[in-house]
Design a protein around this ligand. Sequence first.
Ligand code: GLA
Length: 357
Amino acid sequence: MYCAFAPGRVEILGNHTDYNEGVVLSAALELGTTCRGRLRPDGKIRLRSEGMGEDVVVDADAPFVRTGEWTDYPLGVFAALKQQGFSLAPFECEFSTTLPTGAGLSSSAAIEVATAVFLGHLNGFALSPLETAKLCRKAENEFVGVNCGLLDQVSSVFGLREHLVHLDCRTETVDRIPMVEGVELLIVNSGVKHALTGGEYNERRAQCFEAAKAVGVPFLRDTTTAQLLETPMPEITRRRALHITGENERVYAGIAALRAGDIQAFGALMFASHESSQENFENSTEELDALVEIAKTTPGIYGSRLTGGGFGGATVSLVATDRAEEAAAHLVKVYQEKTGVVGEAYVCPLGDGAMDA
Ligand code: GLA
């Protein structure tokens, strides 16, 4: 019996910068997905999810058909590994998760990374951490059909306790920035579903590429807020692009703030990031806005914003450890009073990734 665990993630600053070859700060969670299983002698792959109950059995050698179900993630990873020339034995496994799905906490990356690590154990190979993240992204892009960047998979692989993961999506380098002591994550699932398979993500992506073209650069990484303000382009395209340049700038400012031990300044950047999501990128929702507004006056919270793709999902706040439970209860209570929706709060430390890196 082999077993692998991969965590979900929160993006802390650097919203939608990854596919623009920008920079991003994230953290792995202690919530995640476990894959347990063994080899199978009969040429079949059998996948089971503890939550869903039902078994899916496919032929290990036949080309897989995408179904739009959760099984696309593990099968996509298997197919991507085979495409890279690995010879893989048939197997069976069961997934169980502590992550809420549809909350924008990268439950999909967690399944992919857990599968990749599990298949490595089972077949006796080890990809490097970066190769693992890239292989999982390839599975998601090419098999699942979501055009995501590298953020989710890198965070799930490279997380480090009490650190932020800093990914430069152009150079594909990762380093880890120590978090100020006594600070934890407070995540609230707004209860409004987040699904990247909806068209908005790809639409925003296209608008970013259009803006880069208007400026005459390959990616928005290559331009600045000042330059965008001077270049003629449709107003909506400009606002989309200003979100990206602003986020890249906030990531660098955030790293400087953490290095100076200034968690208040870091928190202010998170609030500014959310405001830019509201005004420029328009990837927030009323519910996410309500949660961030409440966070602004909640004792113990330094900063708060939507996390991940947007259009629903969760907010992430940085909170003083000794006030975290009280802040979580307050957020959920006022959120329900204001919106009638019951949000789920998770207080958790910045956690380790799936691999030693
Ligand atoms: C989703 C995608 C990531 C990234 C974020 C936004 O989580 O999967 O690649 O683009 O949205 O930053």
